[in-house]
Design a protein around this ligand. Structure first.
Ligand SMILES: [Mg+2]
Length: 384
């Protein structure tokens, strides 16, 4: 099988409600879907959930946009992979890394399409190519963006009623509000559910973060995610609080995780399919975390059903992913069970909703990523 063409399709999905976090200045859901064509008539799907204001510590990794994605894939990566065998995963990554430095979200979109098309060719699910099925259900964390406390409490209660076991709160903008939010959510949902907070680097110093986290400790946080910017500051926070610390913006690559381990800067790694440049490399990030005794969840940028399918296959095949995953329950309009748990968009571009029950996504065993595009929806939501 040989790669013959890669097509980029920018889309915009309507959100269920505004979903914001500290540092985000653009709406979520304006992403790029790719189709990777082969000489055997099989097509692989991938997604680059790019955000211009999402990057690593201190500009270490840059924001990407739908426009930069189309340019990098169409003009650089597609020509570099033309005529190649999509099943040679390591070679495909070496060719991509040689063709252009960086742009991990573009490479992750292609990586997902490689696993999709090779899985279809071999008639096996993508997880089979990633180590096999380790877990059949993926517990999800329901993420509440920055919103009024009253609304957050209401949505947390609804998510709980729909079976969600982990509530993720966004913070990092108003410190007093963050503590009050955690207090109110804990009061409302009771002692048994997990609560975690993601500050998206928003606290101004390690000292400030320590004070805020200590004030939250009586409400039993599962973890605090990326309270501050930079691995040294993260290490200072981690040293001084009992709450586990998760690295997200600080942890893109396997090399980042080595530095985090050396500096004892986190207890948990937020693993993405996208930050390291695809599932193939995410497995290597997970291997470093596991070897160092850290745990992971699978996290992301509120992808559509294409990127989320990749997230699910990564979580399904990776043992060290033991925390609830911030993976949306992708649900096309009219196809779901009528709930809001893990649902951030009003619609999706895949034909069938993810199978959701009691707080978990049930892993599909269909070949490749296990999803199909709804071409009418693609036409409808395409932006250029
Ligand atoms: Mg995060």
């Amino acid at each position: 099988m040989k790669i013959t063409k890669i097509e980029t399709i920018p889309i915009r999905l309507p959100t269920r409600r505004v979903h914001r976090w500290a540092s985000l200045t653009t709406p979520i859901g304006v992403y790029v879907i790719i189709k990777l064509y082969t000489d055997q008539g099989l097509t692989g799907l991938g997604e680059a959930p790019v955000l211009k204001d999402w990057g690593g510590d201190h500009g270490k990794y840059f924001g990407e946009t739908p426009q930069t994605t189309a340019h990098i894939i169409n003009d650089i990566l597609a020509p570099a992979l033309h005529g190649q065998d999509p099943g040679r995963f390591e070679t495909m990554h070496a060719l991509m890394d040689k063709a252009v430095k960086g742009y991990p979200y573009c490479k992750a979109a292609i990586d997902a399409a490689l696993y999709d098309v090779v899985g279809k060719a071999l008639n096996v699910p993508a997880y089979q190519l990633l180590g096999g099925l380790f877990r059949e259900r993926i517990p999800i964390a329901h993420s509440l963006g920055l919103m009024e406390i009253e609304k957050a409490v209401e949505e947390a209660l609804q998510a709980k009623a729909e079976g969600v076991k982990t509530i993720k709160l966004k913070g990092g903008v108003e410190h007093k509000r963050d503590v009050e939010l955690v207090q109110q959510i804990r009061r409302a949902i009771g002692p048994d559910l997990n609560i975690c907070v993601d500050a998206n680097q928003g606290y101004p110093s390690a000292k400030a973060a320590v004070k805020i986290i200590r004030a939250m400790e009586e409400y039993n946080l599962l973890y605090m995610e990326q309270p501050v910017e930079g691995i040294d500051q993260m290490a200072e926070v981690a040293r001084r609080v009992d709450t586990p610390i998760m690295a997200d913006e600080s942890a893109w690559t396997a090399q980042d995780v080595i530095e985090i381990v050396q500096k004892k800067a986190a207890d948990v790694i937020s693993l993405y399919t996208t930050k390291p440049g695809g599932m193939f490399k995410a497995k290597k990030v997970a291997a470093v975390a596991e070897a160092a005794g850290l745990k992971c969840n699978v996290n992301g940028s509120v992808e559509t059903g294409v990127g989320n399918a990749a997230n699910i296959h990564l979580a399904a095949s990776t043992g060290v992913v033991t925390y609830g995953c911030v993976v949306p329950v992708s649900t096309p309009k009219g196809k779901g069970k009528g709930g809001i748990a893990g649902i951030y968009y009003q619609d999706d571009i895949i034909t069938e909703a993810f199978d959701y029950a009691d707080g978990d996504v049930i892993v599909s065993s269909k070949p490749g990523l296990g999803i199909e595009l709804d071409e009418d929806k693609i036409k409808h939501y395409r932006v250029s």
